[in-house]
Design a protein around this ligand. Sequence first.
Ligand SMILES: [Zn+2]
Length: 392
Amino acid sequence: MTQAATAPQTGAAATLRDVVQVMDELYPPALAASWDAVGLVCGDPEQPVRKVLAAVDPVAAVVDEAVAGGCDLLITHHPLFLRGTTSVAATTAKGKLVHRLIRAGVALFTAHTNADHARPGVSDALAHALGLTDLRPIDPLPTAPQDKLVTFVPADAVDSLLDALAAAGAGTIGAYDRCAWTTEGVGTFLPRPGATPVIGEVGKVETVPEVRVEMVLPRERRAAVIAALHAVHPYEEPAYDLYELAAPTSPWGTGRIGVLPEPEPLQAFLDRVRCGLPATGAPWRYAGDPQRAVRTVAVCGGAGDAYLAAVARSGADVYLTADLRHHPASEHLAEGGCALIDVPHWASEWPWLPDLAARLGAALTERGTTVRIDVSGIVTDPWTGSLQGGTP
Ligand SMILES: [Zn+2]
């Protein structure tokens, strides 16, 4: 079943390389967790792509849908292979899928935790489906560590120093390079016997008008920037301070916390969830007083009970995620934690697919290519049905 589509099949096809490039811009692979396996699983970067199917899972039914639909590319959220493999022989279920995809000329691409962490990503789509605004991550990714270099240099050497430090990687702030702060002051020193001062002489206190220069730098560039300082600074022994900066909160990360336009009882929010997310036929569970007021809401697409503590600290009134386990949920509630809503895994991540289709389609259209992107409606949770257990 196909839920949505963008762009008819006319105009120039994109190449798989084009699509991968756009996907990597929307969901940078560098944002993926270290244990994850994202990117191209099979396919030739030069093959044309006219039709794409987006789905949550690369399971047999979805591969069948992609092949039957004449798709050139299947994009899924979950990886086919998460751990290293030494064989794709058609002797396993996954190996069979790889063979089926390659025989039919269908490429497979995965955007998993990089799509979770990106902005907008999987949990943004989930939050938007529930009407939340002012979104921030539940668990922000750390920003890249930065240092600050402070040094002191005669005024006529400032420009060459800034050029050299910038070339070594210092002074970049967002889209701006060679950023620095300078203040004028006076430096003083007493050269000891054995020194060969550029200014002044041994045994005599010297005072020199100097400029204090401050620049930020990525910590990984520390050695290169200090080497550049020594190379270009006119003094025999340049004075400098190096500070490790506190990391600001990153806008990227797992889950989202947002607010509803108005507070509402949990009961009303449950209706919002029922209407906002796709049905799967599986039961949805909640815990909490149906009359309790809900305004701040935490959501996490996929299995989210690892973030219960972060949610509890955030002051959220309710947390919606999937695959909540007995003990973590029970302990969270016993500690007076917020209300919980446990929805099927697929239903929590599916809202991302139409968002992905729209963004990918728009970016490919901008590049002058025409690609049709369909969204799979096949429920890929592994359960066949549900039943009410026990003896009445
Ligand atoms: Zn998932």
